[in-house]
Design a protein around this ligand. Sequence first.
Ligand SMILES: Nc1ncnc2c1ncn2[C@@H]1O[C@H](COP(=O)(O)OP(=O)(O)OP(=O)(O)O)[C@@H](O)[C@H]1O
Length: 292
Amino acid sequence: MIELDIDKKLHAADGEMNLGLHFSIEKGKLITLYGESGAGKTSTLRLLSGLMKPDKGKIIVKGKTWFDSDKKTNLPPQKRKIGYVFQDYALFPNMTVYKNLEFTLSKGQDKKKVSDLIEIMELGELQYRKPETLSGGQKQRVALARALVEQPEILLLDEPLAALDIKIRLKLQDYILKVHREFNLTTLLISHDIGEINKLSDHVIFLEKGKVVRQGNPDDLFINRNISGKFKFTGEILKIEKQEIVNIATVLIQSSVVKVIVLDSEIQQLRVGDKVMVATKAFNPILYKVEI
Ligand SMILES: Nc1ncnc2c1ncn2[C@@H]1O[C@H](COP(=O)(O)OP(=O)(O)OP(=O)(O)O)[C@@H](O)[C@H]1O
């Protein structure tokens, strides 16, 4: 459990802004921070990792105090058991993939961790290459592996997939889910991509000008429930699940995520990632104001 109860004054484009973080995060969950540019998402990750110091308050992780302004406790970043992945990879350019991982390992630690991660992240064929010879998706796989070398309990992902094209992004999302589950991590992700958020997160925290204005599961925050009308939309399948007796497909249509019941006769030929058409015939369209 991560308990955040902190405030930090930031200098926003239009003057001073207080970033107030007063919530807790359950162990093992994947949480997404969502909000406009400048809302305070990156600063939230920096405050938790120790790269930025709160003005006041407390950060308690698994019952241990990481920060307490009254008691003047401030655990340094290297003692916080955190892995951090940035949008721009931040790999060491003069080192091979293997060396990038090995260099991060503390002195005296077993090098098997490096080879295990190379295997899990399927980097075997790339391990003797330098970052400049890798594609964006491959670099980000290395960055993700490197963030896990020190066996963190918390993984911070600052828009790690924003620079990648959709096909690679979908693949990297699967790697993120894999390591999140396999290493029993608590993960905080920053993302603007509603499809990605829906696929990956257990819970979304919506920040606006330094304040949490809404939070909940992605279904509650993003799903448009009023689908009907004589419409035809093309979209992409994000998830297929069986709920009691019906099959439900979660489909991304532009930036909206909708759930559609799928007939047993259709479900066999549908896969995650398939392009599909969502259409209805019998009802009138409904127009309503969106409040996000
Ligand atoms: N160290 C700092 N001291 C004071 N102000 C800061 C500091 N770092 C960032 N800020 C300001 O705080 C505000 C929030 O920045 P932050 O990077 O957390 O936003 P964000 O939600 O991550 O935005 P984006 O989506 O553009 O990355 C910005 O206006 C920024 O200029």
